[in-house]
Write a protein that binds this ligand. Structure first.
Ligand code: HEM
Length: 457
């Protein structure tokens, strides 16, 4: 297919464990990607650097699947992750485990059925339409903008419309977005020294400004929840589906606080992640003119000049392959951390109680044993069945119990955004500095990538 030269998009330069640690501390960016030793792309199970608390990285698909299915309930979500997000999303499905999580998940799942996603597609179309108007303005003025921020705003707008039937222009949604950015800025950088020196379950309390931002977000979410709890309301959106959900055994609905937890997590998990992968999609496409031509041909043949509809999505294999290959190279959830509740053995590896058990889509997706030319961007991998030959080596949406509830939503939304924007605009990067990826709340460029858009037609 594409006649563009083999393309290796930005990745950290891998070092041995000790120099990698010094580089990461010296740069002070808390970037876990740069801490990954070169060996992490080759071994199946290994230590992740040197720390007081044992930190073990699993790269073996079978063992990864065992840990994430967790039949013996030994590996819940890690205390590091839970303590970072709990002030925002309380006891939502993103942090709970065991029986509590099972009940919550059963109540939340129907809100992401295919039928619900196809209904949400109208709201996605409306948000992308408004974004196109903004890009038209930018094309006319030649204004430079941050791709990262633009994608964050677009996906936040989509989440607000699909979950609460309100756009990001409304005061409440806008305030949630602004406070979320404060939260993201403060909790995104990993405290590497803490990771190295602290024992398990010893996380310091969050900074006051983070707690304030979380309290404000929860207050705003509460106002949005109240509009849906009003017996006279007549919403038909994701929030209304979760409000109507009942526990199978007790027939009880979620309480108001529980609704804030669950709906808050859709905002947290549902917009940053998609914004992350789309930032990388448009970054990569700016360097792949022939691929862009092929994408435009596919979109023209399938969609014509009309609106991109939900039914078109499964008929756009190249658009989907570009999305999947970008998720391989830049999985938004870079690490999926768990903690060992007790001493355990996984495959050949003994784990002590409190060990940090790391699964890294980033290393699995770039592992020498599972991928040919692992760092090269090659969407054709996903045009054939070959891509699924190693089950468990491709897990951008996780695996097992906690598999992403919004995977179908994210795929529909991303295919829509890519198709609509790429057929009308050329994205031209204006950055002069080299781009480096970082593991923050999601996989992001260390610094903003600046762009201009031009009309294609
Ligand atoms: C490209 C976009 C996305 C990616 C790559 C992604 C990835 C993931 C991953 C890897 C997990 C598992 C985390 C773990 O096991 O610890 C997860 C969980 C979750 N995601 Fe997504 N996600 C995306 C979009 C979304 C969207 C759009 C929503 C909702 C609107 C969403 C809602 C959730 C929720 C609620 C969970 C927790 C599920 C549970 O623990 O039972 N995600 N996601």
């Amino acid at each position: 297919m594409t006649t563009d030269k083999p393309y290796c998009p930005p990745k950290p330069y891998s070092l041995w464990a000790v120099p990698a640690l010094f580089r990461t501390l010296w740069r002070g960016e808390g970037n876990l990607l740069e801490l990954l030793p070169a060996a992490a792309y080759k071994f199946k199970v290994g230590n992740l650097g040197i720390s007081r608390r044992s930190t073990v990285l699993f790269n073996d698909p079978e063992l990864v699947s065992h840990i994430l299915r967790d039949p013996d309930e030994i590996f819940p979500k890690s205390d590091l992750m839970v303590s970072a997000v709990e002030p925002l999303i309380g006891q939502s499905i993103f942090v709970t485990d065991g029986e509590k999580w099972r009940k919550q998940r059963a109540m939340v799942d129907p809100a992401f059925s295919m039928m619900r996603i196809s209904h949400a597609f109208n709201q996605m179309q409306a948000a992308v339409h408004d974004h196109e108007i903004e890009l038209e303005r930018r094309a006319q003025t030649g204004e430079e903008f941050s791709l990262d921020q633009a994608m964050g705003q677009l996906t936040a707008d989509i989440i607000c419309r699909a979950v609460f039937s309100t756009s990001l222009d409304s005061n409440i949604a806008h305030d949630v977005f602004e406070d979320f950015n404060i939260f993201e800025r403060h909790v995104a950088q990993t405290d590497i020294m803490h990771m190295i020196t602290a024992p398990a379950w010893s996380n310091p309390p969050q900074k006051p400004e983070v707690l304030d931002a979380c309290a404000r977000i929860r207050q705003h979410l509460g106002t949005l929840v109240d509009t849906h709890l009003d017996p006279n309301s007549n919403y038909n959106d994701i929030a209304s589906e979760v409000v109507a959900a009942r526990d199978k055994e007790t027939n009880q609905p979620f309480t108001r606080d529980e609704l804030i937890d669950q709906l808050g997590v859709f905002f947290l998990a549902g917009h940053e992640t998609t914004a992350s992968v789309l930032t990388w999609v448009f970054y990569i496409l700016a360097a792949q003119p022939n691929l862009v031509k092929q994408l435009r041909n596919e979109i023209d043949n399938v969609v014509g000049t009309g609106e991109v509809e939900f039914a078109h999505i499964k008929r756009l294999p190249l658009v989907r392959a570009v999305f999947r290959e970008t998720l391989r190279l830049y999985p938004p959830i870079t690490f999926i951390p768990r903690v060992a509740l007790r001493n355990a053995k996984v495959g050949p590896r003994k784990l002590r109680r409190g060990a940090l058990v790391m699964i890294a889509p980033w290393t699995l997706h770039r592992h020498k044993l599972y991928w040919k030319d692992p760092h090269i961007f090659r969407p054709e991998r996903f045009l054939s069945e070959l891509a699924d030959q190693i089950p468990g080596a491709y897990i951008p949406f996780g695996q097992g119990n906690h598999t992403c509830v919004g995977a179908g939503f994210a795929q529909a939304e991303s295919a829509l955004i890519i198709s609509k924007l790429i057929r009308r605009f050329d994205f031209v990067m204006t950055n002069t500095e080299p781009v480096r990826p970082a593991a923050r709340l999601t996989t992001r460029p260390v610094k903003q990538i600046t762009y201009k858009v031009k009309y294609h037609r």
